[in-house]
Design a protein around this ligand. Sequence first.
Ligand SMILES: *Cc1c(COP(=O)(O)O)cnc(C)c1O
Length: 341
Amino acid sequence: MALEGAGVGAGDEVIVPAVSWVASASAVLGVNAVPILVDIDPRTGCLDPAAVERALTPRCRAVTVVHLGSAVADLTALLKLCQRHGIPLIEDCAQAHGARFANRHVGTFGIAGTFSMQHSKLLTSGEGGAVITDDGDLARRLAHLRADGRSFGDEPPGPDQMELQETAELMGSNYCLSEFHAAILLAQLEKLEAENTTRRDNAARLDALLRELGCEPQATSPGTTARAYYTYVLGLPAPALARAPVERIAEALSAELGLTCKPMYASLNHCRLYRPETRRRFALSEAFQEAVRPRRFELPAAEAFARSHIALPHRLLLADASAMADVQRAMDKVLSHVGRL
Ligand SMILES: *Cc1c(COP(=O)(O)O)cnc(C)c1O
């Protein structure tokens, strides 16, 4: 929705960070544009501004950035770069509800911020999503795109009249969030700040405990003033990774904790779910098919990140503070026996 609202369309290029959920790339394909997979900063796992600079061509019409796990991307550098090239920045905040940069909520820096309220997220109604913007024209286009070319009128509707009026400024589709889902989200929104604080405090405890074992918690960009922990992303010690692959370590830790800890997302050029060639609708031309072929991208930092990081679920961080010591003990046990995994 944000991409199309921003005017991105057929054949345009869109920068996509190489470490993310498949939707970051497939959403670009969804507007017939070309996802340009770009490498990440090895400390944060988020889009590397220098790599964006190298990937820009005159065909690029948007940069999308993901605030990944518990990190906020380098918004200072990305905004500067986008302004210099006159390209809109769209923030994917599906993993960052309530995170702040320079004391301002993420999602308010780019021309639009997108949020998922799917069941795994920090704010959830099972499924659902939202786009935010402070640009009136973009908001109006988004309203039409999400409601089959209709938007809310200025006057309240009369009896038996729809709130949505057929203004027909722009053809849309139906992406409306239901009132039931919105009600659930409004109730949860009241608890978000307190839960984010609890998760942040426990994450700080976990950082210290796991560093003692040689692990390296995910960093965030300078300028971050409040993290939001969708996942607790952790770099594993190199000596352990030399003896067992990240998948085995994640599996053993999951068994110890009784919670699913996953290896970090595979880099999008090797992601099992990212397969444009399986959809006839993308067989637009041979040139398009080659342009969107995931394996054509070289993403060494993203691949290394995937091989060395695991993601712990956010509900772990709502436990009592004392439970963080249990996580340290579990990780210690796994790392001490890594040769036998
Ligand atoms: C969950 C997620 C999405 C997709 O959200 P849906 O609501 O499932 O469409 C997109 N981007 C990121 C980074 C996500 O984590």
